[in-house]
Design a protein around this ligand. Structure first.
Ligand SMILES: Nc1ncnc2c1ncn2[C@@H]1O[C@H](COP(=O)(O)OP(=O)(O)OP(=O)(O)O)[C@@H](O)[C@H]1O
Ligand SMILES: Nc1ncnc2c1ncn2[C@@H]1O[C@H](COP(=O)(O)OP(=O)(O)OP(=O)(O)O)[C@@H](O)[C@H]1O
Ligand SMILES: [Mg+2]
Ligand SMILES: [Mg+2]
Lengths: 268, 268
């Protein structure tokens, strides 16, 4: 059966869609059959990125790897309970349809608390939570006492993941491999970077996630959106001018991340 | 009557709460009486930042400027139409209560499409929309044809602002001064930075916003969250080691932004 990777973080702009896109390309290039569901029904950043990719492919006459897509429409029913049941049915059907033809299914979640996001989280074999190098982002995982630098308790997003794990256990499904990925990290080793890292180490054993090697703040991770490409689609750069060194380093960061995700049969 | 400044962008992590906090401190330091409403009812990043600030104040025995707060509870009514009317009433009451005692009211919105966010936008005299230096963020304002680099049409967030302007006009209220602020800009002048800037110039006249000087990617803008401080609260650094130069530059960026916001009586 297909391995489901969910990209989740209620904190906006933490890098869910960006890491989802890069993980997709990394897996596809190893020959995995990948499916994708975008649960961010308003922004649809992942679908938009993939739409740009398809347009680039056809216009340039190149054959870029693209995932099998399943469209999800949110329910417009004014009755909240009815809307939720409707969405659960649509989601389950989409997931089953993709599972028949894919080894891996990627699910991108919105930076908000929605019924569809909850459904996505409960379907996760692997949950990837990217986060900015910031205590503002940290605050959605757990509260920190600023004087003792001690964790004072879990926050809304950690509780949401806890709920999803409970639902999975009740449904007899396997555990969620929860992987936190630091994103948009500054290239220099600032105090703030070290402090956030230390607090994440503390928190990981407490709320049950592991930390995978993260991605630095690099323009290459965001400047190819309009073409639908990622740096992995570009020809391997030679050791050359400074910009190529950043690309080499960026590729290495993506490889390191994939190697730590432990996706069965991923080739990393 | 109070001048209402709304921080809005449906795109998550664009910097709404961060710029809201810095604009608050900048105005408060000029003696303005500032009120604040956090419409991000799940994350409550602005309220959390201010809570940290109050705790720091009392614990350190210092007198940090804090805004007058109005708490907003979302409606739990399962009937969506009823819930929206309930929230509109709560919001109007909170706004009126603050307007009696404040010159300026700051409203922070969630990185999502919510009823409360729409209410906030319709109350805006000034709408500040921070955005990352990225076509991923741009995509929520407008679609771009990747080949011609032409704007092909407005996206969900631009349409939402359009709706809010219509509602205000129908209610006989004044226009919204819509100000886009580039945030987390790279310090070097990359191709991507120039392209995003050029497309924003194109878009501004088309959908009716102006562009204010933005903020660079600087750790000082995010590393003081736990203490509830901003760099404006720190003593003016002397010309000294490298880190102080970044603080001097950061202060200048905030001042430039405030000078361009044209908040009546703001002192900038
Ligand atoms: N490692 C990185 N380096 C540079 N820019 C990045 C990086 N990761 C993400 N970005 C940029 O940061 C912004 C936020 O990223 P992204 O949209 O992927 O986050 P998200 O969590 O999906 O946001 P949302 O909550 O809105 O869905 C985008 O403008 C993106 O291009
Ligand atoms: N100019 C900046 N320099 C460095 N870091 C920044 C800057 N602006 C914002 N950040 C960091 O970027 C992240 C997103 O910022 P912020 O939370 O203010 O955005 P937001 O638009 O309020 O997000 P949301 O949509 O989740 O409400 C936070 O971790 C914040 O600390
Ligand atoms: Mg996204
Ligand atoms: Mg916010």
């Amino acid at each position: 059966r297909a391995h489901v990777i969910v990209f989740g973080n209620e904190k906006g702009g933490s890098g869910k869609s960006t890491t989802a896109m890069h993980v997709f390309v990394a897996l596809a290039r190893k020959g995995r059959r990948v499916g994708a569901i975008d649960l961010d029904v308003r922004q649809r950043s992942l679908y938009r990125y993939l739409e740009n990719r398809r347009n680039w492919s056809s216009r340039k006459g190149v054959n870029l790897l693209t995932p099998l897509l399943a469209e999800i429409r949110p329910s417009l029913d004014p009755d909240r309970a009815k809307a939720w049941r409707e969405e659960a049915a649509v989601f389950d059907e989409a997931l089953e349809r993709l599972a028949e033809q894919c080894d891996v299914i990627i699910i991108d979640c919105p930076g908000a608390h929605s019924n569809l996001s909850r459904l996505g989280h409960s379907a996760a074999d692997t949950l990837i939570t990217p986060m900015n190098d910031s205590f503002v982002d940290f605050d959605l995982l757990a509260r920190i006492d600023p004087y003792s630098y001690q964790i004072s308790g879990p926050s809304v997003y950690a509780e949401m993941v806890w709920e999803s794990r409970k639902l999975r256990a009740q449904a007899g499904l396997g555990p969620i491999d929860w992987v936190v990925v630091r994103n948009r990290m500054p290239l220099d080793d600032a105090n703030n970077k070290r402090r956030v890292g230390a607090m994440l180490e503390q928190l990981s054993s407490r709320i049950g996630f592991r930390i995978a090697p993260g991605l630095s703040e690099r323009t290459i991770f965001r400047e190819l959106f309009l073409s639908g490409l990622t740096l992995l689609d570009l020809r391997e750069p030679n050791a050359g001018p400074a910009v190529d060194m950043s690309h080499v380093a960026a590729r290495q960061e993506v490889r390191e991340l994939l190697a730590h995700l432990n996706i069965p049969g991923s080739g990393y």
